[in-house]
Design a protein around this ligand. Structure first.
Ligand code: DGP
Length: 111
């Protein structure tokens, strides 16, 4: 299986890593949609949330987001978390990732 994000995790594809712990890596999106656009990715390969059964990893993703948003001072103005899933969600990389978008006024609803 050739997974783009697995190759970022193992370092064979370079990325701008902004956070890392035992379970999670976070790096800047190559095609940012906001001044802050970071992807939080479990180090274990799993395609979507419903297939992620490990509670330590589930918890770690949200802990990572919280630590990062607090560290970067994003809590006051706020941000958005997005998980595109499957075809209707327009998921393009088949390795679970949480988009963090921040740094500008976001609009709602999405397209
Ligand atoms: P999604 O459409 O939700 O599956 O989001 C995939 C995101 O991954 C998309 O916003 C662009 C980003 N992306 C694709 N290839 C690369 C890459 O090689 N490096 C980085 N940093 N991001 C990538």
């Amino acid at each position: 299986m050739d997974c783009l994000f697995c190759r970022i995790i193992d370092g064979t594809i370079p990325s701008d890593v902004v956070y890392q712990d035992e379970y999670v890596i976070a790096f800047r999106d190559v095609n940012p949609q906001a001044p802050v656009h970071v992807l939080f990715v479990p180090k274990v390969h799993v395609s979507r949330f419903s297939r992620l059964k490990d509670r330590d990893v589930q918890t770690a993703i949200f802990r990572a987001v919280s630590e990062y948003t607090e560290r970067e001072g994003l809590e006051e103005d706020g941000y958005r978390l997005v998980v595109n899933t499957g075809a209707h969600g327009q998921q393009t990389v088949d390795h679970l990732h949480v988009h963090l978008l921040a740094g500008r006024q976001l609009q709602w609803p999405p397209g």
